[in-house]
Design a protein around this ligand. Sequence first.
Ligand code: ADP
Ligand code: MG
Length: 495
Amino acid sequence: MRRALRSGLSAAALLLAACASFSTGLTCVCQLCEKTNFTCKTEGACWTSVMLTNGRQEVIKACVSLPQLKAQIFCHSSKNIARTECCYTDFCNNVTIHLLPGQDTSDQAKLGPVELTVMITVPVCVLSVALMLTVYTCQSHHCRFRKKRRPNIEEPLSECNLVNPGKKLKDLIFDMTTSGSGSGLPLLVQRTIARTIVLQEIVGKGRFGEVWRGKWCGEDVAVKIFSSRDERSWFREAEIYQTIMLRHENILGFIAADNKDNGTWTQLWLVSEYYEQGSLFDYLNSNTVTADGMIKLTFSIASGLAHLHMEIVGTQGKPAISHRDLKSKNILVKKNETCAIADLGLAVKHDSVLNTIDIPQNPRVGTKRYMAPEILDDTMNMNIFESFKRADIYSLGLVYWEISRRCSVGGIVEEYQLPYYDVVPSDPSIEDMRKVVCEQKLRPNIPNQWQSCEALRVMGRIMRECWYTNGAARLTALRIKKTISQLCIREDSKA
Ligand code: ADP
Ligand code: MG
């Protein structure tokens, strides 16, 4: 399975590069282009690469499209595990390249004892002399250079110099997505980026392993690391994030997926934009918000969800997607105090032509505390895609309740609490939730003082209309977005 996914990933990457550029210009050798007699056409360059995989040098040949060429990631990279070359005449990549001496760390490249001793002792001696000289110079010059910028251990690796100087990840993604398929960076670029990230610290833990802050070319990125036993989840989440036209300012900015096999185990990475404020849950625990702040947060979540739920028709269209695990821990807060919906690992896509949902359904996924009544009592109609969206809206109402409680009205603000904190235990079972939500028909309390503030009054009304037992009666994300946008911010700040 792992092997199949891995080869699928590289095959898809090459086909993407090859097919995207199959127009006029150069003709190159392309290993995976069976249908076109193992050739591809491009206005960019012919490409050949050798990569060390499980101790073996694996050669790949394909086309590089013009935008990929402009990004300067593909050509002439030579790092420890890979080397790539581009050329510009017909079939010029019909050659075999090898890793440069010193790059190949495979078994074949093992050295004899004499060479090994020389290889180890010479650099050690040189380093020691250099160190002694440095110490001497430092003492005699009162360490003047200490005041200068120290070499930064987080400094980007050499590949960073290959990317256009001054280009930020955002620009790179924008260039590539607007010129390519609209679904993200080509997979080979993703791999190159992922393999030059330096992990810094753990910033979160969830269902699947850990989320780290990492550095890529001096920029912060988030790396979600899955264990190999969660390979399906990694694959699924990467697949969803790469849905055509999914990119939106209120949906986590996906950058790359990579599966690194070190011979013993596979490391599965999802790289995304990093938001230093962390999850909405963390944010609300340590911050209160003004009415303006609440409107900004809630509006941005509604915008992200409306985009996710919306189907865009056309060749560059996007299917409707339901999140299925909406909660404050799966929403991130950006620097500008707006939100991005994250953790799309459980999301499902709707195929409106066939009226089918893209994966086999297990209705009871997600977080029990946030499950809609129809999921808890198992009455949800799984054949209608709308049902999934309606269940998301119920969860959205709970997230809005968490935010609104932290909105300060006339100096009064409530402490942060999870929804249903007062009626279920800390790790509630489905049965605990069902009794409260379906049998007793309880919903989180909407405090009286919310009536004294226009923004909170509207939020309270929205919540009630998200929590109806009958899913069809609930508001849509688009409707909620419109209602919040109409809130008069000036009036709220007076309250
Ligand atoms: P899981 O699927 O394991 O639940 P999530 O994607 O929900 O993983 O991430 C778990 C936690 O990691 C989040 O609640 C958040 O605190 C943190 N986190 C995730 N992605 C980012 C990010 N891009 N920037 C900052 N923190 C993040
Ligand atoms: Mg999560």
